[in-house]
Design a protein around this ligand. Structure first.
Ligand code: DAH
Length: 360
């Protein structure tokens, strides 16, 4: 074959292909592809014959051959995709192009973050006890975050080492900060509303802590308080017991340890029986000498801070401490979530690994 005969043959194949593809039916598409482009197809055989030409001819003929091959392949691909709905239409026997017998596409369901799940669970328990939810700003001022809560000027939590202060040009705004706890919601609510008040307030708080397995610069707390006539320590104990037993089971015991928080008097830290060893302090009854890894052998877990609201706090909110009294408590939400989901490292809550998030 001469080079010009080869080229004529190439265009003949192309013309024949164009004619065939114009009227091809969906069932014959594969056969058409094999006939022209398959390993023993007309075009493939012709391209293989190129090797018999001298190098300079081979080059230019090869270019023509390859460009026609590409053109044919793309025409074929276009035809395949344009014919496939017709295939479906034929299968359904209708005119709509929709085959109602085909399985549907799966919809990926959203899932709830373990922190949101925990907040909802805590809120649900308190709502059944007659509490309602209040919200407060993440950007607070010194007055609501510290001053009105009876936190003295020299208190270490006010230090710029612990608190994120907002750098502002306006000197009046200089005392703005990211709230370090949810307690300022007490102040905002009591300034605005009259008792009786039964409020919980879950939300984000910020501290200048380095990230590790049990610390983060942003985490979550829940604040709760009850103000009415004659509210005292006994009401606090009853409410905390009802709350913790509802979450961790009725055989969970509570322990109140005297503690100091400037905004309560008396103040307490509340412990509960370790959910892991159920208060035994060891890993299992069979190995009594091996310490429980969750409570480190004490049998108790520290869960929250609480107390009877300090008269100075009530006064800062224009409430008469003779007439009104109340209790307050605050707890870290991550702590509850870690125990509910048996998570050892709180960084997991902020990394948003889909394998974790999809589980709920
Ligand atoms: N605000 C405290 C903290 O961030 C927690 C707390 C302790 C809140 C005692 C209270 C309370 O309402 O009575 O550590």
């Amino acid at each position: 074959m001469t080079p010009s005969e080869w080229r004529d043959k190439l265009f003949q194949i192309k013309d024949a292909f164009l004619k065939d593809i114009g009227g091809v039916s969906p069932e014959n598409l594969d056969a058409l592809e094999i006939r022209y482009l398959g390993r023993k197809g007309e075009l493939s055989i012709l391209l293989r014959e190129l090797k018999d030409f001298p190098i300079e001819e081979r080059k230019s003929l090869g270019q023509d051959g390859n460009s026609i091959k590409t053109e044919m392949e793309s025409l074929l691909a276009g035809k395949k995709s344009s014919l496939s709905p017709i295939k479906t239409q034929a299968a359904s026997g209708g005119k709509t192009g929709i085959d109602v017998t085909l399985p549907g596409y799966p919809f990926l369901k959203g899932s709830i973050h373990p922190i949101s799940f925990t907040v909802n669970k805590l809120a649900e328990v308190f709502m059944r006890l007659g509490f309602t939810i209040a919200d407060g700003p993440h950007i607070e001022d010194d007055y609501h975050n510290f001053e009105a809560l009876n936190i003295p000027q020299c208190h270490p939590s006010r230090d710029a080492q612990d608190t994120f202060y907002l750098a502002m040009k306006d000197s009046q705004a200089n005392n703005l900060l990211l709230r370090t706890h949810t307690s300022p919601v007490q102040i905002r609510t009591m300034m605005k509303h009259k008792p009786p008040l039964r409020i919980i307030s879950p939300g984000r708080v910020f501290r200048r802590d380095a990230l590790d397995a049990s610390h983060s610069f942003v985490f979550h707390q829940i604040e709760g308080f009850y103000v009415d006539r004659n509210v005292g320590m006994a009401d606090l104990k009853w409410t905390m017991e009802a709350f913790i037993k509802e979450l961790f089971g009725s055989d969970t015991r509570l322990r109140f340890r005297p503690s100091y928080f400037p905004f309560v008097e008396p103040g307490a830290e509340v412990d509960m029986t370790c959910v892991f060893c159920r208060g035994r302090g060891n890993r299992s009854a069979a190995v009594p000498n091996e310490k429980c890894p969750v409570c480190k052998g004490s049998g108790w877990l520290e869960m929250l801070g609480a107390g009877v609201i300090h008269p100075n706090v009530l006064k800062a909110c224009s409430m008469d401490p003779v007439q009104w009294s109340g209790f307050a408590f605050g707890a870290g939400i991550e702590r509850f979530a870690m125990l509910l989901f048996e998570i050892r490292d709180m960084r997991i809550f902020y990394e948003n690994d889909l394998r974790i998030l999809k589980q709920l």
